[in-house]
Ligand binder design. Structure first.
Ligand SMILES: [Zn+2]
Ligand SMILES: [Zn+2]
Length: 173
């Protein structure tokens, strides 16, 4: 498998590096970095002051050069009735997206002794690994330590590991 990372908007060098490293580590895949793309026209919802996640997935699918493609954006995303999403992917599709917007908003409440920058970096890695997992056919996992656990808040993101549990690992292999 190879993954193309598609920065959409102003994505920092560290976020790009962490995303690539996270994917390489967990999936042992080749990762390429796409040229930055601008935010898709029509993605913005003025009533909500948020962006539609699906539009970013479509963009990643369209421009991405990989078997799997993941858009990364600093913009705040939502999907259908959910107030916000950290990321989104269609099961077994080729495109996916994560937003860093809400990953940096809070500390981990002393859960670890790590710096805010390192906590943020961990969240980025977990979210890209999670969304690419969906594109590989993985659904949510009940194991709270597994990266495929559904984690609607950063607290739950912080609890889980960056890797797949044994069951998910076997399912993806
Ligand atoms: Zn998910
Ligand atoms: Zn799992």
């Amino acid at each position: 498998m190879d993954v193309d990372v598609v920065p959409v908007g102003d994505v920092s060098a560290r976020v790009k590096r962490e995303a690539s490293d996270g994917l390489r580590t967990v999936y042992e895949c080749a990762v390429s970095m796409h040229e930055p793309e601008s935010i898709p026209t029509g993605a913005y919802d003025a009533d909500r002051d948020q962006y539609r996640a699906e539009e970013f997935i479509d963009l990643a699918q369209r421009v991405g050069a990989g078997e799997k493609n993941i858009a990364i954006t600093p913009e705040d995303l939502y999907y259908r009735r959910r107030n916000y999403v950290f990321g989104l992917a269609y099961l077994s599709g080729s495109g996916s997206v994560i937003s860093t917007h809400r990953l940096q908003t809070t500390s981990d409440g002393g859960f670890s002794n790590r710096s805010a920058g390192d906590i943020f970096a961990d969240r980025v890695r977990k979210e890209v690994v999670h969304e690419i997992g969906h594109t590989l056919g993985l659904e949510h996992c009940d194991n709270k330590r597994c990266v495929m656990n559904f984690s609607p808040t950063v607290r739950e993101v912080d609890v889980k590991e960056q890797s797949l549990c044994g069951t998910c690992q076997r399912d993806v292999a």
